[in-house]
Design a protein around this ligand. Structure first.
Ligand SMILES: Nc1ncnc2c1ncn2[C@@H]1O[C@H](COP(=O)(O)OP(=O)(O)OP(=O)(O)O)[C@@H](O)[C@H]1O
Ligand SMILES: [Mg+2]
Length: 455
C-alpha cells in the first residue's frame, strides 16, 4: 500500500490524519515542518504528501516548490487554515493537486488521496511506456511493428534474417494481427527498399480484373481495354509485390502466378510479348493454405513456391505483454489526431483490456482505443467507458472445474464451453483448444453417443 507523508506543525492534526489513513490501510510518515518533511521525502519512497502551508522553519509553499522541481509526479495536497483561500489558490498554481480548508472533511480527503494516487500510477506507467516506445522506435525506425513479447521478438528476428534475401515469404495469421505490417517491414529492411512496393488486395477484385491488374493488358484485349496498361508485377520490377489474401485467387490466376515465381516472366492479358521482371513476392492469407491444398482449392506447387519462408503472426491473446505498449502508442496517435488529452486507462479498465481475448487482434485494440479516446469525457478511461463486449466477455472466459472432476469430464466441460464461447464456430474453438478440427469432431461424436449427454 502507498506511503503518505503528513506535514503539519500541530500535533493533533497530524495524529488525527495518521489514524484515519492507517485505518484505510496506508502507511504514514509525519513531519512538523517543511524541512523535516523534505528530509523524509529524500530518504523514503513517499507516494503522496499532505501538507499545511504555514509552518515554522520551512513553509508548505517552499516544500511544494522543492517537490515539484525534484519529484514532479509526487502529488501534494494542501491544508489551509480558515480564511486563507488565496494561499490555497496560489498553492494550486504552484502545482498542488488539491486543497482543503481546516477543519478537514476526512471522507472527502480520503477520496481525493485515492484518486491522486491512481492518477500518479497512470502517469508513471505512461512515462515508462513512452520511454520504452521511443527506445523501440529508435531501434526499429525502419518499421512500425510495436511489441516486446517473446513471440513478437522471435518473429522480428525471422523478418530481419529473411529481408535481405529474395526468398518468397508467406505471411499467415488471424485477421488484424499485422500481416501487412510484416510485409512492409520485410520490404523496408531489404536491399530493394529503394524500389517500388506494390500491394494487391486479391480478394477485392473479380477474376478477370485481377488478372489484368496483376499482369496488365494490351489495347483491345477486352471490351473497355482502350489502351495498353502495365500490370502490378511490371510496376513492381526491382522491388517487392505483396499479394494480400492470396487464398482467394482462382485456378487460372494461380497458374500464372506460379509461372512468375518460377521464371519471373509473364505476358500481358491479350498480349504475346514475354515480359521479364525482377520481383520479390510476399503473400499473405488468414486461411489455412495447407488445408486449402488438401481440399484441392489451392495448387500445391504454388503453395510450396510461396512458402519458402513462412512467417506466422501470433494472435494478440498469445502475446498480451504487447498490449500495454500498443495502447500507449495508439493513445498517442489518437490524442494527436483528435486533439484530446487522455492520459490512460484506470487500473480496472486495464485489467479488463488484459483479460479480453481480442478475437479481432490488434485492429480491434486500435479501434477500441480510438473510440475510447473520441468518446472520453475525462483524462482517464474507466471500465464503464469500454465497449460492452470487452467487459461482458469476462464471465464467459472461465469454466467451472473443481477438484473432484475427472479428467474426462474436465475435458468435456472445457470443450463444450469453448464452443459456446466461440458461438458454435468449431474451427475457432479447435484453434483455441490447440487441437485439430477432426479431433474436435471425434470428441463431439463421442459425447453425443455417451449416456451423459442424454441428461
Ligand atoms: N505490432 C503492431 N504494432 C502496431 N500496430 C499494429 C501492429 N500489428 C498490427 N497493427 C495495426 O493493426 C491494424 C491491422 O493490421 P494489418 O492490416 O497489418 O492486419 P492483417 O493481419 O493484414 O489483417 P487482415 O487479415 O484482416 O488483412 C493496422 O492498423 C496496423 O497498423
Ligand atoms: Mg491485411
Amino acid at each position: 500500500m502507498a506511503n503518505i507523508l503528513i506535514v503539519d506543525d500541530e500535533r493533533n492534526i497530524r495524529s488525527g490524519l495518521q489514524i484515519a489513513f492507517e485505518d484505510e490501510g496506508y502507511d504514514t510518515f509525519e513531519a512538523a515542518d517543511g524541512q523535516e518533511a523534505w528530509k523524509i521525502i529524500n530518504k523514503n519512497t513517499i507516494d503522496l504528501v499532505i501538507t499545511d502551508l504555514r509552518m515554522p522553519v520551512m513553509s508548505g509553499y517552499e516544500l511544494l516548490k522543492k517537490i515539484n522541481a525534484a519529484y514532479p509526479t509526487l502529488p501534494v495536497i494542501v491544508l489551509t487554515g480558515h480564511g486563507s483561500i488565496e494561499d490555497a489558490v496560489q498553492a494550486m498554481r504552484d502545482g498542488a493537486v488539491d486543497f482543503f480548508t481546516k477543519p478537514v472533511d476526512l471522507d472527502h480527503l480520503i477520496l481525493t488521496v485515492s484518486k491522486a494516487l491512481s492518477n500518479k500510477l497512470i502517469k508513471e506507467q505512461n512515462e515508462k511506456l513512452t520511454k520504452e516506445i521511443s527506445a523501440l522506435k529508435k531501434k526499429q525506425d525502419f518499421h512500425q511493428i510495436i511489441g516486446k513479447s517473446a513471440p513478437l521478438m522471435k518473429m522480428m528476428e525471422t523478418i530481419e534474417q529473411v529481408a535481405p534475401t529474395r526468398a518468397s515469404v508467406l505471411v499467415t495469421g488471424e485477421s488484424g494481427t499485422g500481416k501487412e505490417l510484416v510485409a512492409d517491414a520485410i520490404h523496408s529492411l531489404s536491399n530493394r527498399s529503394g524500389g517500388p512496393f506494390i500491394k494487391v488486395h486479391c480478394a477485392a477484385l473479380s477474376e478477370n480484373l485481377l488478372e489484368s491488374e496483376l499482369f496488365g493488358h494490351e489495347k483491345g484485349a477486352f471490351t473497355g481495354a482502350v489502351s495498353q496498361k502495365k500490370g502490378r508485377f511490371e510496376l513492381a520490377d526491382g522491388g517487392t509485390i505483396f499479394l494480400d489474401e492470396i487464398g482467394e485467387i482462382n485456378a487460372s490466376t494461380q497458374v500464372k502466378i506460379l509461372r512468375v515465381l518460377q521464371e519471373r516472366a509473364f505476358e500481358r492479358v491479350g498480349g504475346s510479348e514475354t515480359i521479364n521482371v525482377d520481383v520479390r513476392i510476399i503473400a499473405a492469407t488468414n486461411r489455412n493454405l495447407e488445408e486449402e491444398v488438401k481440399a484441392g482449392n489451392f495448387r500445391e506447387d504454388l503453395y510450396y513456391r510461396l512458402n519458402v519462408v513462412h512467417i506466422e503472426v501470433p494472435p494478440l491473446r498469445e502475446r498480451k505483454e504487447d498490449i500495454g505498449l500498443l495502447i500507449a502508442s495508439f493513445l498517442d496517435t489518437f490524442n494527436k489526431e483528435d486533439d484530446k488529452d487522455v492520459t490512460g486507462f484506470s487500473p480496472a479498465a486495464r485489467k479488463a483490456l488484459m483479460s479480453y481475448s481480442w478475437p479481432g487482434n490488434i485492429r480491434e485494440l486500435r479501434n477500441t482505443v480510438e473510440s475510447c479516446v473520441v468518446l472520453a469525457r475525462g483524462k482517464v478511461i474507466d471500465v464503464d467507458d469500454l465497449p460492452p463486449q470487452i467487459t461482458e466477455e469476462k464471465s464467459a472466459s472461465t469454466v467451472d472445474i473443481k477438484i473432484g472432476t475427472s479428467l474426462d469430464e474436465a475435458e468435456r466441460i472445457l470443450i463444450m464451453s469453448t464452443i459456446d464461447y466461440c458461438k458454435g464456430n468449431k474451427t475457432r474453438a479447435a484453434e483455441i483448444l490447440k487441437i485439430g478440427r477432426k479431433t474436435l469432431h471425434r470428441k463431439l461424436e463421442e459425447y453425443s453417443s455417451s449416456p451423459e449427454s442424454a441428461q
